[in-house]
Design a protein around this ligand. Sequence first.
Ligand code: H2U
Ligand code: ZN
Length: 359
Amino acid sequence: MPSEPTAGGASLERLAGEPHRRYNPLIDEWVLVSAGRGRRPWLGAEEPEPDGAGLAFDPDCYLCPGNVRANGNVNPDYAETFVFTNDFAALRPDTSIAEFDDGLLRAQGEQGLCRVVCFSPRHDLTLGRMPAEAVRRVVDLWAEQTDELGAGHRWVQVFENRGEAMGASNPHPHGQIWAGTALPGEGAREDASQRAHLAATGDRLLLDYVDHESAGPRVVAETDDWLAVVPFWAAWPFETLLIPKRPAARLSELDERARDDLAGVLHDLLGRYDGLFKRPFPYSMGWHQAPFGDGATDAWQVHAHFYPPLLFAKVRKFMVGYELLAETQRDLTAEDAAARLRAVSVAASPAPAQQPDPV
Ligand code: H2U
Ligand code: ZN
């Protein structure tokens, strides 16, 4: 890896040894990095967890094909992917509140839709262990759903909660899509930063960031089309940012090659996560794509954030105390986290296609 260029006299080596703050240009916030504390968040190798039973079909799972959901609906006998409207949706299309304004007390109505996306009929697979062609179908589905929901909503949030630690309700490989008429806070901050960067430089912020990070010390996985890095300003211990290297404001703008390549990069990245502590790695991940409705797509670059909560195998990072009251803090530097993820060995290609067991 080439050494980091120094800026303002402080080298990356100095940053590794003393507390400092790093700037997140995507959301215009700072994070405190308490580097150089004696307490290193690494306890050595952990024993692998015994493998679970790994049922291909679970009769009690509300996402498996043919099973009955909580509201009595029956899932079709799907063979690839399956999308349905969330039976307990947080956003609904039929709300009628327009505005509430009482001085400091303000509210506004919000219309939207929530969908659940089953990635595979197989209960025992994960996005990182699915065959490449099956992951590619999920990528196409995310892209189609985004554009379909974007026709009537301002923000479409595609995401996956994986593992009980992140609140996932079920191990069956699945994600969610929420679409709403408002631009939510995180989307608004990224929108403002990317527009400002385009106005100031004529370039997309995240493509400039790709140029800066490529082949550098924070890279976890890199191909011709994709870059996965622990961002310089990472908040969570092993947080990563996954960015396509060529301009694309949304998933639907990715070409065939980039979509195929994404399946391989996800296999690699998620394999590293699972290999890091030799157990299924919990995370929340999601795609940020250009908002719909006002044409700022030339400023935007689609990207995925992965936010895993673990610091060690059995210790999660709590965003409490200083983080809640002042600002986000971490001990492990982004460079250390990336080196640890790079050191994990991952099987070169995704698992071969397997037929679902008869149900
Ligand atoms: P999570 O695992 O990320 O919570 O996603 C599962 C979603 O599935 C959750 O939002 C919905 C829950 O509301 N769900 C249904 O729509 N139908 C069911 O029968 C159970 C769960
Ligand atoms: Zn299932």
